[in-house]
Design a protein around this ligand. Structure first.
Ligand code: ADP
Ligand code: ASP
Ligand code: MG
Length: 408
């Protein structure tokens, strides 16, 4: 039995008309004799609206209740899509994350999938049913409803595809694939026919929200073929393949991450154990720090700068304000008006001049670089949020990314 996992994002099912269109597409696939599990997100901007509603009620709602609330969005979509399929003469069953056997850890709002119990879905496949699964949610071993982090439906689809050993995982969205830059910012961005798992991981991890980073990690680990394509127009989309299958290019794309806050501790005493004290305190909150830079010491003191997600800034600052007097550090400063621009390419480490070209382009556009970080396939610059679109467009142009064709 050929198994396909498809995932439709919020914008692709934002109206009843779009849901019916998606139902027709699923039925065409089912008629070809394939077993299909369809993961769906909440309709349109439902999740944002639910979060706004919570804020109107309480400034600091418990994470457990946020999950209870946010999980309702996907439940609406699965029921409506299954109704549409049945109305068109197909047979389908909708399942919540818990009913689909998606078991997570207990970390509300950012849970990790621990396992997927596939028996129920496999039995439904045997009965010839299309299975519609609520993305973004699971259940913990304490029977609590959890969510997987914003954009997490992609991860539900990837985990399901891995557990079912699916022949393919298709992510159907509002763009025709993965582009050299967000096509909603750079109009002449080029669609990539292929991208490597490693590059996709960097794209996803640096703000290209077309795929959730954890989804890429899962398909990479289990070797599941993944395609990103349009939910409503025909086309082959972008296929993720092994790096060794691809022709090498220095730069594949440029991404933007607006969800960046910078936090700095000044005059940190330069003695052993201080960094451990600071970061143990932060780690107790469960917050993920994305980048840490320790400045050069003058023998007595150094500065420590870190980047976090914007929504975590306040909590990190609170922890640091508690820790600073204990370690006799100078003080804490913070700024959430930043954004990060990243240039990604599996050939970056082996090409010369990529960093120089990025810095020159930013300087030609009068854009100041606040901090720089690099990995073997990424160079990232933190800049003023106001200048981010100018930066992306200029870098895209400088590397002629609109002409990029990725070949196998
Ligand atoms: P869905 O609702 O289907 O999950 P998302 O909004 O989460 O869709 O992701 C699709 C969006 O990702 C696109 O509309 C596009 O603006 C954005 N995006 C950012 N970077 C890229 C990129 N490099 N290629 C394609 N889309 C990108
Ligand atoms: N509905 C959730 C969100 O908006 C999950 C998703 O769309 O993948 O984040
Ligand atoms: Mg998404």
């Amino acid at each position: 039995m050929k198994i396909i996992v498809q995932k439709y994002g919020g914008s692709s099912i934002s109206t009843p008309e779009k849901i019916i269109k998606v139902a027709k597409r699923i039925l065409e696939l089912a008629e070809m004799g394939k077993a299909i599990a369809v993961v769906v997100s909440a309709m349109g901007d439902t999740t944002d609206r639910l979060i706004e509603m919570a804020k109107d009620i309480s400034p600091n709602p418990p994470y457990r209740e946020m999950d209870m609330l946010m999980a309702t969005g996907e439940q609406v979509s699965i029921a409506l899509l299954s109704m549409a399929i049945n109305n068109l003469g197909g047979t389908s069953v909708s399942l919540t994350g818990a009913q689909s056997g998606i078991v997570t850890d207990g970390r509300h709002r950012n849970a990790k999938i621990k396992k997927v119990k596939i028996e129920r879905i496999m039995n439904l496949f045997k009965e010839g049913k299309v299975v519609i699964v609520a993305g973004f949610q699971g259940i913990s071993s304490e029977s609590e409803i959890t969510t997987l982090g914003r954009g997490g439906s992609d991860t539900s689809a990837a985990a399901l595809a891995a557990a079912l050993n699916a022949d393919c995982c298709e992510i159907l969205t509002d763009v025709e694939g993965v582009y050299t830059a967000d096509p909603n910012i750079v109009n002449n961005a080029a669609k990539l026919n292929y991208i490597s798992y490693e590059e996709m991981l960097e794209f996803a991890g640096s703000g290209a929200k077309v795929l959730h980073p954890r989804a890429v990690e899962i398909v990479m680990k289990f070797g599941i073929p993944l395609v990103v394509k349009s939910a409503h127009t025909p086309g082959n989309g972008t296929t993720i393949v092994e790096d060794k299958m691809l022709e090498r290019v220095a730069v594949t794309g440029v991404t933007v991450d607006r969800n960046v806050a910078k936090i700095a501790i000044q005059k940190v005493p330069d003695t052993p154990g201080i960094a451990a004290t600071i970061f143990s305190a932060i780690s107790k909150t469960g917050i993920n720090i994305r980048l840490i830079i320790q400045g050069i010491s003058d023998g007595k003191y150094s500065d420590i700068t870190m980047l976090s997600d914007k929504e975590d800034m306040e909590s990190v600052v609170k922890v640091l304000e508690r820790v600073c007097p204990k370690i006799k550090a100078g003080g804490v400063t913070f700024n959430d008006g930043m954004a990060e621009v990243s240039v990604i390419g599996s050939g970056i480490a082996s090409s010369t001049g990529v960093a120089a070209k990025i810095f020159k382009t930013l300087s030609d556009n009068n854009i100041n670089i606040d901090s720089i970080s690099t990995s073997h396939i990424r160079i990232a610059c933190v800049i003023d949020q106001q200048k981010v679109e100018t930066a992306v467009k200029a870098i895209h142009r400088a590397f002629k990314l609109e002409e990029l064709i990725r070949k196998i």
